[in-house]
Design a protein around this ligand. Structure first.
Ligand SMILES: [Fe+2]
Length: 201
């Protein structure tokens, strides 16, 4: 059985980017729902030591229901960690260096990320990933898909499902994507990137 992790902040803490109700519904209805469905789908003899990561990397993707729910559980875990009540500001450390090297400067990275997110058609996720060649890049995936299933390491993500921004007070997708930066948790993403660099030498 998998347990829904607690949010790393309270429902009201992401205002004015996201309202208390938007965070509550997203977490209690949607994120919790994926955990509930996943626990109903996995067999009782699934080894307890298996993590969500293990399942995403190793699952037979023909088992679409488990794949969708395990990815949605994992993707939301990362999404919430990429947000912070004291977020915003500028990235630093090795991450900042990599963003400048790859995109020219941080503003150009943000513009490209926004373009990819806004123009992604339908439900999905926008990611900054560390790819197999050791470069960082922006990707979008559809529906529940998680880049980890292609052995690509996600560093940050933005939920592009309408349930992320259509609950009252309604936001346009453009407002949702461009306001994301006001609460982004650069410190978490920097630390994640640092761990990836150290693990991969
Ligand atoms: Fe979501």
């Amino acid at each position: 059985m998998f347990t829904l992790p607690a949010l790393p902040f309270s429902y009201k803490d992401l205002q004015p980017f996201l309202s208390k109700e938007q965070v509550r519904i997203h977490y209690e209805l949607h994120h919790a729902g994926y955990y509930r469905q996943l626990n109903q789908l996995i067999s009782e003899d699934t080894p307890n030591q298996l993590s969500l990561d293990d399942i995403i990397i190793n699952i037979d993707t023909r088992n679409q229901s488990i794949y969708n729910n395990v990815c949605q559980a994992w993707n939301h875990n990362l999404f919430w960690q990429c947000l912070s009540p004291s977020g915003g500001g500028e990235p630093g450390g090795e991450l900042k260096k990599a963003l400048i090297e790859t995109f020219g400067n941080v503003e150009k990275f943000k513009s490209k990320f926004e373009f990819a997110a806004i123009n992604h058609f339908g439900s999905g996720w926008c990611w900054l990933v560390y790819d197999k060649s050791g470069k960082i890049e922006i990707q979008t995936t559809s529906n529940a898909d998680c880049p980890m299933s292609d052995r690509v390491t996600p560093l940050m993500t933005l939920d592009l499902w309408e349930h992320a921004y259509l609950y009252p007070p309604h936001m346009t997708k453009v407002d949702y994507v461009t306001r994301f930066w006001s609460k982004i948790n650069w410190r978490f993403i920097e630390a994640k990137y640092q761990r990836v660099l150290e693990n991969k030498g």
